[in-house]
Write a protein that binds this ligand. Structure first.
Ligand SMILES: *Cc1c(COP(=O)(O)O)cnc(C)c1O
Length: 448
């Protein structure tokens, strides 16, 4: 008979509590009422949560109100050791890109206006020249992401026609991106050649016909093929595409703009190398190794980029002014590659000396120990992520904690996402900005 649900207060009663009435000063009444309903509902589901006092109920309503007001898209601290983490928003932006967004966002802009001529301009003009300058291509076009770039390119060049691709490149990039599915949506008819592990030049040659719209090369960005393998490099596909009189598309993914070999990262082409290899169009993401906003960058010959620009789909896939502002500012940093590596956060994180990370991990561990926590600085291994340098391991440093605090760290005011390995929670500092250390320490102490 002692059912605590009988004792649940009415929402109207909660709204009369002094503390709850005070909440009305900063939030609209219907929202506070919804929060009160949430608080009652939570106790109905789990009677153990029932507050014993009015203050307890006030606190519960306040917590639910806060939860209802909190945006679902929030900042997190990425302590996973995966720098370009697709689930965590890929590349953080450089300060120059953030400033450019703020400048353009606050007012009106020359988005489609040519101030020089006093006439209508084109939004497609904004990053094209800079992309051409940096990659060596003739022309460029920016769309929403690399998936959109692939759809637009194939729809323009191979709608209702054949797109030839190696079976070794029909890859899945992430849960929602499978190359064959994306290609099919473009209207192109996929013509698969070769086998999973081996594709030869003649496989492409034999597939060429009067129905061919394009040859497609997709970079295997998130895995490595080893063993008895053969594939045809883009450079060798160029003459084959020329024989067939069809364009060659190269989706190279990462958007790498500077050689990272001095930091031990090799095997991934830069955008300039990809263009030099001779594909008619080269496609890449803006928010992977390029370190800019989400975007799909298409660079290539003037004729083909022009044809893509005139496709009505380009209108549907176009980017907004904030993306263009951030992208232009990010690209401009690459005019001085050393500056780009310093100021583009993804590159700065990937290239940070491990000694610096170790020193930060030791400081962090010491401050957590001082707060009575079981914390230790340990060696760790980070990865680039974002479908680039899939097999590269970057030496890193982490703070090892009791894994029991992992859920509390995720539920904190700024969620901290680490990784659990060997029965420990590792907070890897490779993708944590140095300026975040203090906040990270405070959040860890809160989660104790
Ligand atoms: C990541 C990737 C894509 C998808 O890029 P989005 O910008 O996320 O759409 C396409 N192709 C390759 C080769 C990639 O690595």
């Amino acid at each position: 008979m002692n059912d605590p649900r009988r004792a649940l207060p009415a929402v109207g009663t909660l709204l009369e509590l002094e503390g709850v009435r005070a909440l009305l000063a900063s939030a609209p009444r219907p929202l506070v009422a919804d929060a009160a309903r949430d608080a009652v509902e939570a106790v109905r589901r789990d009677p153990a949560l029932a507050p014993a006092t009015d203050e307890g109920w006030t606190g519960a309503v306040a917590r639910h109100l806060e939860a209802r007001q909190r945006p679902s898209l929030r900042r997190v601290i990425n302590a996973t050791g995966v720098v370009l983490h697709t689930n965590l928003g890929r590349a953080p932006l450089a300060q120059a890109a953030i400033d450019a967004i703020a400048d353009i966002a606050a007012g009106f802009s020359t988005l489609e206006y040519d101030a020089e001529a006093g006439a209508r301009g084109s939004r497609h003009a904004h990053c094209a020249a800079l992309l051409a300058e940096l990659t060596g291509a003739e022309d460029a076009l920016v769309v929403n992401n690399c998936a959109a770039a692939l759809v637009l390119a194939l729809n323009t060049l191979a709608d209702g026609r054949h797109a030839i691709i190696s079976r070794g490149e029909l890859v899945e990039i992430g849960g929602s991106f499978r190359v064959p599915d994306i290609m099919a949506k473009s209207g192109a008819r996929l013509v698969e050649v070769g086998t999973t592990n081996r594709t030869h030049p003649d496989d492409y040659r034999r597939a060429l016909s009067s129905a061919t719209g394009a040859i497609v090369a997709v970079h295997r960005s998130n895995f490595a093929l080893e063993g008895f393998v053969a594939s045809v490099p883009v450079r060798e596909l160029v003459p084959i595409a020329a024989e067939g009189g069809v364009p060659l598309l190269h989706d190279f993914g990462s958007g790498l703009m500077v050689d990272l070999a001095p930091w031990g990262l090799t095997g991934e082409p830069t955008a300039r190398e990809a263009v030099r290899a001779g594909a008619s169009l080269v496609l890449m993401s803006g928010d992977k190794l390029l370190g800019g906003p989400q975007a799909g960058l298409i660079v290539g010959t003037r004729t083909l980029v022009g044809a893509l620009r005139r496709n009505p789909l380009a209108r549907a896939l176009r980017v907004d002014k904030l993306t263009l502002a951030a992208l232009h500012a990010t690209l401009a940093l690459y005019r001085d590659p050393a500056r780009a590596v310093r100021e583009i956060p993804a590159l700065a994180m990937i290239t940070a000396p491990v000694e610096l990370l170790r020193a930060r991990a030791e400081r962090l561990a010491a401050s957590l120990q001082a707060a009575g926590m079981d914390a230790r600085a340990v060696a760790s291994e980070a990865t680039v992520g974002g479908g680039a340098f899939p097999t590269a391991v970057i030496p890193s440093a982490a703070v090892a904690l009791d894994p029991a605090i992992e859920p509390r760290l995720r539920h904190g005011r700024v969620p901290v996402v680490g990784r659990v390995a060997d029965g420990r929670l590792l907070l890897d500092l490779r993708a944590v900005a140095p300026g975040e250390d203090e906040l990270l320490a405070a959040l860890a102490v809160d989660a104790r």
